[in-house]
Design a protein around this ligand. Structure first.
Ligand code: NDP
Length: 338
């Protein structure tokens, strides 16, 4: 069995869907209530591959909300993730994806030092961040959407916002080695990490966000920002392709310009329907088929009988491992959302 640990995008979102989730008593409650809510196994479902193989899965809602980080409720955030992992393990789930902010909280607060969760000793090999598949899907979205829009990658300037992150650095490595884009712009806040990435790649211009926005033909947004931001359309090049890979989606949906294309980044579409409700709750356009690529990674590992932490730690994702998970993705019927 595979598992998915997820969370909702905001307190407002959580309050609005509480009833739908079967918890009407949560609908009126504020952030402190959510801080004390335990994780819940919300639903179980089956997923069929185009090879014919069928696997069983479960979705665990951690009850983490991004506001817990913004409002300095770090202890609650940590508790949410550890408790959700302990619940997945207690259910006997072999491989579970840490969706959205779950893996970010895990790394940020060094939770590998917190193996013991009450009576459960966490076995980290049962969990994957899903970031290798997410990075693979994002680079394929860059390649496929730019071809559709007539943007020549060999001449294009690509800005990666969140370049030093786990997904961002993997995207940079791929765009450098596999796609050979003309120029790579590296955007994040910590200068030391930016310089280390630049040294590793042997290329890339370190720029502030405002400078990068003006120069980019393609903008890959994979920064871990808990709230969505607005970008001024007038600052962007025309045409411009934006891949919004953050969760919650970091960019507002208000960018509406005939020469600017915004794609939901890191989302895959399965070839066969899945009967679950969770993707409806997170507002996927085609909820029976579309999902986060990190969730799909847990499915792929289960399909392949490779129940291990394929994506783990930080900044270790190689183009070769992206290619490998990409092969599994195609084999089982998943396609990047274009
Ligand atoms: P990491 O924590 O590894 O990296 C985050 C990156 O964002 C770092 O480079 C960080 O650098 C940068 N960053 C954070 N805040 C800012 C800011 N204000 N301005 C500019 N840069 C910033 O995160 P991941 O790579 O694991 O995840 C990235 C995003 O992808 C997250 O939003 C996550 O939720 C989403 N995600 C999507 C998935 C999907 O399936 N679609 C799956 C998994 C994750 P610095 O701190 O130096 O600024």
């Amino acid at each position: 069995m595979f598992g998915l640990i997820g969370h909702l995008t905001s307190l407002e979102h959580a309050q609005s869907v509480a009833e739908q989730l079967g918890y009407p008593e949560y609908a009126e409650q504020g952030i402190d209530f959510w801080c004390s809510a335990p994780p819940v196994l919300l639903e179980e479902f089956t997923v069929k591959s185009i090879t014919g193989k069928t696997i069983e899965g479960a979705y665990i809602e951690s009850c983490f909300l991004p506001e817990m980080l913004a409002s300095r409720r770090a202890k609650a955030a940590v508790r949410k993730i550890l408790n959700a992992m302990a619940l997945a393990q207690k259910q006997g789930i072999n491989i579970t994806a840490l969706g959205g902010f779950s893996s970010i909280v895990f790394e940020e607060f060094n939770l590998k030092e917190s193996k013991q969760v009450r009576d459960v000793e966490l076995e980290f090999e049962r969990f994957t961040t899903g970031n290798t598949h997410t990075a693979y899907v994002i680079v394929r979205q860059v390649e496929q959407a730019s071809a559709q829009l007539g943007i020549d990658l060999a001449k294009a300037t690509v800005a990666v916002v969140g370049a030093t992150g786990d997904i961002g650095s993997a995207v940079c490595r791929w765009l450098d080695q596999k796609t050979s884009v003309a120029d790579l712009l590296l955007v994040a806040r910590n200068q030391e990490r930016l310089q280390a990435l630049q040294a590793e790649l042997g290329r890339g211009k370190i720029l502030a966000l405002e400078e990068a926005l003006v120069e980019a033909d393609i903008l890959v947004w994979v920064a871990s920002i808990p709230k969505s931001l607005e970008i001024k359309v007038e600052t962007l090049k025309k045409p411009c392709l934006i891949i919004d890979g953050g969760y919650p989606k970091n960019l507002g949906t208000k960018i509406q310009h005939p020469e600017i294309t915004v794609l939901k980044g890191g989302i895959v579409e399965h070839s066969l329907d899945i009967s679950w409700t969770i993707m409806e709750i997170v507002n996927m356009d085609a909820p029976a088929r579309q999902m986060f690529a990190c969730f799909a990674e847990a499915m792929l590992l289960e399909f392949e009988d490779c129940q291990t932490n394929y994506s783990w730690g930080r900044n270790q994702i190689t183009p070769e491992r992206m290619e490998k998970i990409g092969e599994f993705s195609i084999k089982h019927g998943f396609k990047p959302l274009i």
